[in-house]
Design a protein around this ligand. Structure first.
Ligand SMILES: C[S@@+](CC[C@H](N)C(=O)[O-])C[C@H]1O[C@@H](n2cnc3c(N)ncnc32)[C@H](O)[C@@H]1O
Length: 451
């Protein structure tokens, strides 16, 4: 038995069958590029894509109007609830056949429609396809929101439902910045040699010298403070296998130790031993009858999507489904791509993170609610292919100039500092409209929800 949303459908959503024709005037870069912009209604463009078996996508990102009840500068965000549901149902059905077997769909909304959007996705893709809902902090309670907080609960969070109707493949884990963990306070000198030994990190000459060079006063000689400096972070990254914390080994290792496999009982105490066990490398030292494991800090170091660190590995935690920090990006979002777009524009870093998690370089990404073109801008920078659809005039006024700057290498904003290498090769533009003398036909793409 399946659970279904039932609503009174509005007028059936109609997809125009008017042909799409290429508008070379709006294109940029390589004329044979696979990247495409469709200027028109998304249902119609999705229909055209379905007819082309070459158009299948690894990631479909949906950022529809949230139905907040407002009339924004660039699009209307006020629909009857059943109208919004019908519109979304039609889009979800239309993108389903466009997903690759290992494709992922991400649908972003806020509290207005999030729960309904989840049920719609369950209906279209099946509950088994549901992976997670990411909760993203998109705003802080500041400015005019403080006024609202007197009489309502302020909105800070948006929700991204993630579905994989075929095979779910996580291409990369995401990490967030973690504070320095003071337990990593040991250093293995002479690693790889018989004379390897462990000394306190604070006694290593380089570390002392960094304290001195950074002018940190004696009383603040703690490693967390030192880690705030670029010089120490660099030094730690360069010695990622030698900066360690001590951890008493779990019992199986003790058992192996007894069997003489990890080290011989006549090994001198405190000598650092490198051993392989079941395909994995370990650093160990014997302290009396205890076998102590030395865990290198390198296991916690990863590059993150934070341009303060210029792609260098830093202390991290693995990110779960709560994504903090995007309220900071939102403070600067209108400057990204030099494209102010009041209401609805998303930070490039959010799209970059989604693309890194759910796609590999060269994969194709589809965005049927283009807005200011964030998805396409990030796809170009991160060297993914894209198809983006937008029906509003912003396609010409915002998206095309924004992407042209990226292709020309003139956009240094957003995630530009996080990606290495040149951007994608360009984009072509298709508009829906009749060439002189053609007839237009429309047909209903969806006649309300299936019951
Ligand atoms: C929330 S905005 C997307 C913002 C975008 N993610 C960005 O970062 O700039 C939603 C966009 O969807 C567009 N849209 C709404 N209905 C559409 C339709 N049926 N076909 C094409 N575009 C549509 C609106 O014009 C609006 O620009």
């Amino acid at each position: 038995m399946s659970v279904r949303l039932v609503w009174e459908p509005d007028a059936p959503t109609a997809a125009s069958r008017a042909p799409w024709r290429e508008e070379a005037r709006l294109a940029a870069g390589d004329a044979s590029t696979e990247n495409r912009l469709y200027f028109g209604d998304n249902l119609s463009a999705l229909g055209a894509l379905e007819a082309d078996p070459g158009q299948r996508f690894r990631l479909v990102y949906l950022d529809p109007p949230y139905n907040t009840g407002a009339a924004f500068d660039h699009y209307d965000d006020h629909r009857a609830p059943e109208d919004w549901l019908s519109m979304m149902m039609a889009v979800l059905r239309a993108v389903k056949p466009l997903l690759r077997d290992d494709g992922v769909l991400v649908l972003q909304t806020d509290r207005h429609e999030s729960a309904y959007a989840k049920v719609l996705c369950d209906m279209v893709f099946g509950r088994a396809a549901y992976q997670t809902t990411l909760a993203v902090r998109m705003s802080a309670t500041s400015g005019y929101k403080i006024g609202h907080s007197v009489s309502s609960v302020v909105k800070n969070t948006e929700y991204l439902h993630v579905y994989a109707p075929g095979r779910f493949v996580l291409c990369a884990r995401a990490f967030e910045l973690a504070p320095y963990d003071d337990h990593y306070n040991l250093f293995v000198e002479g690693l790889g040699s018989l004379g390897a030994r462990v000394v306190p990190l604070l006694e290593v000459d380089d570390v002392r010298a960094t304290f001195e060079a950074e002018g940190l006063p004696r009383q603040s000689r703690n490693l967390a403070k030192l880690y705030e400096t670029k010089a120490f972070r660099r030094w730690v990254a360069a010695h990622a296998g030698q900066v360690v914390r001590a951890h008493t080994a779990p019992l199986p290792a003790q058992a192996e130790h007894r069997a003489g496999q990890l080290f011989a009982t006549d090994d001198p105490a405190d000598r650092v031993l490198e051993r392989r066990y079941r395909g994995q490398g370990y650093l160990l030292r014997r302290r009396g009858r205890q076998l102590e494991q030395l865990i290198p800090i390198g296991l916690k170091l990863n590059p993150i999507d934070d341009d303060r660190f210029e792609g260098a590995p830093v202390m991290t935690n693995v990110l779960g489904d709560w994504w903090d920090g995007f309220h900071l990006d939102m403070g600067n979002v209108s400057k990204e791509g030099e494209t102010p777009f009041k209401n609805g524009k998303k930070p490039e870093r959010l799209l970059y993170r989604l693309m890194r998690m759910f796609t590999d370089e060269g994969d194709a990404v589809l965005d049927p609610f283009g807005g200011s073109g964030t998805t396409a801008a990030v796809a170009l920078k991160a060297r993914r292919r894209f198809v983006l659809i937008e029906q509003g005039a912003q396609l010409e006024t915002h998206i095309v100039p924004r992407l042209a700057r990226v292709v020309a290498g003139d956009d240094r904003s957003g995630v530009s500092t996080l990606v290495a290498g040149p951007p994608g090769d360009g984009f072509r533009v298709f508009v829906q409209g009749l060439a002189r003398g053609e007839n237009c036909a429309t047909e209903p793409a969806v006649s309300g929800p299936s019951r």
